[in-house]
Design a protein around this ligand. Structure first.
Ligand code: MN
Length: 372
């Protein structure tokens, strides 16, 4: 019988990789750790631990994130663990740094940073993207559920001596990073569980409990309601646009996606909105699927180059800054909504025809289950 579950196949020598990391970062004095996209728990935990590794080896490190955290639990995690993240444009700190790092993102390209200083470190768990930017140290593992898992193995191998309080902060952040990126451990790989076993004894259990029991904010319920009203069901996909969303509520589309995926007759969800920022607009789309044969990464890349996916989830963005001063917001939304729904339907049709190599696998899966 063919196993359809991708078991861990990476033969990663973490010991060698950890030594290589230290060797490479030692070439620099001050590393700018860039958080691209939403500062989710996995990204902030991995960035924090990378900063600790740098500092333990006498290298300064600054973590910058252009976007503020969006969900209440993420705000609380960063605040209560005193995670040293500056929420400001990435290019502002370039002058004082002589290299940069990217964690938890498939591309190391950072506007205003790439080209100005070299990329020293890239740590990620998404599907690799084709780009020609030199990176001194790279560890990209698709068979881990989080970047936090990778950095946990690196510190384990390095035997970094933490003071007790610092290690508690790091362990708690790593635990929550692994938890959220593996959908509460349901979609974890063996390596995630191994990393979790390593950090769990040191975590702040009270904080984790509080964060895990924060109720849905009322805004989330309002957006969920809108998503239900606007939903379009097409070939077992649920597509819904929720209109304009203020930047600080942006991550709600992912939460709504998780929730709507539980519906029995669908296997994929796409939720999108226009994010209102102080000086701009973006179309944000969030994808969820329960089918690990769906080549979500390719589907998304064909819709927008500014996006991508890993197993079960993905996202893309389209810059709409030019339309910031539109006199008719409703008309803009209608155009964006119709275009997005039509573009998605077209891609879903291509998937069904085998163009994106998903339907065939699902079909094959069904056949094989008849013969079991
Ligand atoms: Mn991640």
């Amino acid at each position: 019988m063919v196993s359809f579950y991708p078991v861990s196949v990476t033969e990663m020598n973490f010991n060698e990789k950890a030594k290589e990391l230290v060797e490479k970062i030692k070439a620099y004095k001050h590393i700018l750790i860039c958080i691209k996209g939403s500062p989710d728990p996995d990204a902030v935990a991995a960035a924090f631990v990378l900063k600790v590794i740098c500092e333990k080896h006498g290298i300064k490190a600054t973590i910058d994130s252009p976007d503020p955290p969006s969900l209440p639990q993420n705000v609380k995690l960063i605040k209560d663990l005193h995670l040293p993240i500056h929420f400001k444009p990435l290019e502002e700190d370039v002058k004082k740094c002589d290299a940069y790092a990217v964690v938890d993102h498939q591309s190391v390209f950072v506007e205003g940073v790439t080209g100005a200083i070299p990329c020293a470190v890239h740590i990620d768990h998404h599907k690799p993207t084709a780009e020609n930017i030199p990176v001194d140290f790279k560890i990209v593992m698709e068979d881990t559920g989080s970047a936090s898992t990778i950095v946990t193995f690196l510190i384990k191998e390095l035997g970094v001596q933490f003071e007790k309080k610092l290690w508690k902060r790091a362990a708690t952040a790593l635990y929550y990073g692994i938890q959220t990126d593996t959908d509460n451990f349901q979609q974890s790989y063996p390596l995630d569980m191994e990393a979790l076993t390593f950090v769990t004894p040191y975590t702040d259990k009270v904080l984790l409990k509080t964060i895990n029991h924060l109720p849905f904010p009322k805004e989330t319920m309002e957006f969920l309601n809108l998503a239900l009203q606007n939903q379009v069901i097409y070939k077992e996909w649920l597509i819904s646009g929720v209109g304009f969303i203020d930047e600080k509520f942006r991550d709600n589309i992912a939460i709504i996606g998780d929730f709507l995926l539980k519906r029995e007759d669908i296997f994929a969800v796409a939720i999108f909105c226009i994010v209102k920022k102080a000086k701009g607009l973006t179309l944000d789309a969030s994808f969820r699927t329960s089918d690990d044969h769906l080549n979500l990464n390719r589907l998304i890349k064909e819709l927008s180059k500014d996006g991508g996916a890993r197993r079960y989830k993905g996202a893309f963005q389209v810059n709409l800054d030019y339309f910031f001063h539109t006199p008719d917001k409703e008309q803009l939304w209608e155009m964006v909504r119709e275009t997005t729904v039509e573009a998605l339907k077209k891609k879903i049709d291509e998937v069904a025809w085998g163009g994106i190599g998903q339907f065939f696998n699902r079909f094959k899966n069904k056949i094989s289950s008849w013969f079991r």
